[in-house]
Design a protein around this ligand. Structure first.
Ligand code: SF4
Ligand code: SF4
Length: 418
């Protein structure tokens, strides 16, 4: 595609990157075929090709309007279009630049700004999110059904029982909302890695990966989270931590992108690159370390429908690993059609775009439940909570399936801290 970006933009790194991405697009429209929002609305501007065109216009100097913003807002950032594109168009990077420019020009309504502000001020901070969630769980029985579905039932768990401190150490990104919503996920991860001879360490000063702010076009705020995590992790990295384990597939692409996003930061560029190289989705770790002998039990033919989140299959291009692990452990995977499509969770999308989001969830649950599974397993806390609110069967993180299969320990010891 030919471009004529403004000279001001062409002198910036983001402008040059956007120009290169635009030139890769041949406008073939193959990507529309796998775009969830295009499938729902049938509007060219709700598909990747149309959005690329809108962003191009903005980059070439045409002032964006509320309509431009609306079509960019409706994008799930699911990146199915990137998987489909034969020309390797790096759509999400272009979208980041386009959204940031539009955000600077088009003023949002007061209620929209307030909602986005609240999300940025609450979700990434466990010390704010956890008490609010507890309050919601306390009054849950009194809530109307529409609100109730957003407040999960409180999970009481026993802390992980561990064998010993191993020579092999990995950092664990606990996540911002996950420890409050589903503490059993990190617990199961710690237990399974312990059984595989790996000690996990959670650095108390690490926090949100930055994805919430990043996807709400608050780039500076996102970078502050990244720098803070790098500072928190760096001593352990210098002491030989092998990897940074991420259990939420929505967070892993973000940490894997620190190197690019902080490339112009002279103080953090090298460290960010190292952190990105160490970041691993939990499925990558288990697939690499898997040993059938570690597991005392099998899944016993339990029927599982696996929902691979967009952030796993498109964002990280990890396919088949979880399915392979579960199959080897004796779970029976049920068939799932249109598995490339988003469930509609997409970070804060389910809150900001509830209409499209709930239609996508209904469609996703219909395909997942068609094979009559005993449960649905997924790899991201956002997808898990979103689907669990309406599913007819339990929805869990797949690592939870592994935890009961390892030998159980009689004596509790405490969780490792930094
Ligand atoms: S993004 Fe890729 S698939 Fe979509 S129109 Fe451009 S070249 Fe074609
Ligand atoms: S990221 Fe997803 S929703 Fe957005 S344009 Fe691509 S396929 Fe469509």
């Amino acid at each position: 595609m030919q471009t004529s970006l403004t000279q001001t933009l062409l002198h910036t790194r983001a402008g040059q990157e956007a120009d290169e991405i635009l030139r890769n697009c041949v406008h073939c429209g193959f990507c529309n075929a796998t775009c969830p929002t295009y499938q729902l609305t049938g509007d060219e501007l709700d598909g990747p090709r149309g959005r690329i065109y809108l962003i191009k216009q903005v980059l070439e100097g045409l002032p964006p309007t509320r309509k431009t913003q609306l079509h960019l807002d409706r994008c799930l950032t699911c990146r199915a279009c990137e998987t489909t594109c034969p020309s390797g168009v790096d759509y999400h990077r272009l979208l980041d630049t386009g959204r940031e420019l539009v955000e600077q020009t088009v003023k949002r309504s007061g209620s929209d700004r307030l909602m986005r502000y609240i999300l940025r001020r609450v979700l990434p901070w466990p010390s704010r999110f956890a008490p609010l969630l507890r309050l919601g769980q306390f009054v849950r029985p009194l809530l109307p059904p529409a609100l109730k579905q957003h407040v999960p039932v409180k999970q009481d768990i026993n802390r992980a029982l561990l064998t010993k401190h191993h020579a092999r150490v990995m950092l664990l990104l606990e996540g911002c909302v996950q420890p409050s919503l589903a503490p059993q996920i990190n617990n199961a991860t710690i237990r399974v890695l312990d059984a595989l001879g790996i000690t996990t360490v959670h650095e108390q000063n690490s926090g949100c990966c930055g994805a919430v702010s990043h996807h709400l076009s608050a780039a500076a705020e996102a970078k502050a989270f990244m720098r803070s995590n790098i500072d928190a992790w760096w001593p352990a990295i210098e002491q030989g931590a092998e990897a940074i384990v991420v259990t939420a597939s929505g967070c892993a692409p973000m940490v894997k992108d620190y190197g690019r996003l902080l490339a112009t930061d002279s103080r953090y560029a090298d460290k960010a690159k190292r952190v990105s190289a160490l970041a691993k989705d939990i499925s990558e770790i288990i697939a690499a370390e898997f040993s059938r002998e570690t597991f005392a039990e099998t899944g016993g033919g339990t029927r599982v429908a696996f929902h691979s989140p967009c952030t796993l299959q498109h964002g990280q291009r990890i396919t088949g690993k979880v399915e392979n692990i579960l199959t080897q452990l004796g779970f029976q995977l049920t068939p799932v059609t249109d598995s490339h499509l988003c469930c509609g969770s997409a970070g804060t999308y389910s809150i900001l775009e509830p209409g499209l989001s709930s239609t996508l969830r209904d469609n996703k649950l219909a395909t997942l439940q068609a094979g009559q599974p005993d449960m649905i397993a997924t790899a991201n806390i956002g997808c898990l909570m979103h689907m669990a609110a309406q599913a007819d069967v339990p929805v869990i993180h797949w690592i939870e399936l592994l935890e009961p299969l390892i030998p159980q320990l009689p004596q509790p010891t405490s969780l490792p801290t930094a």
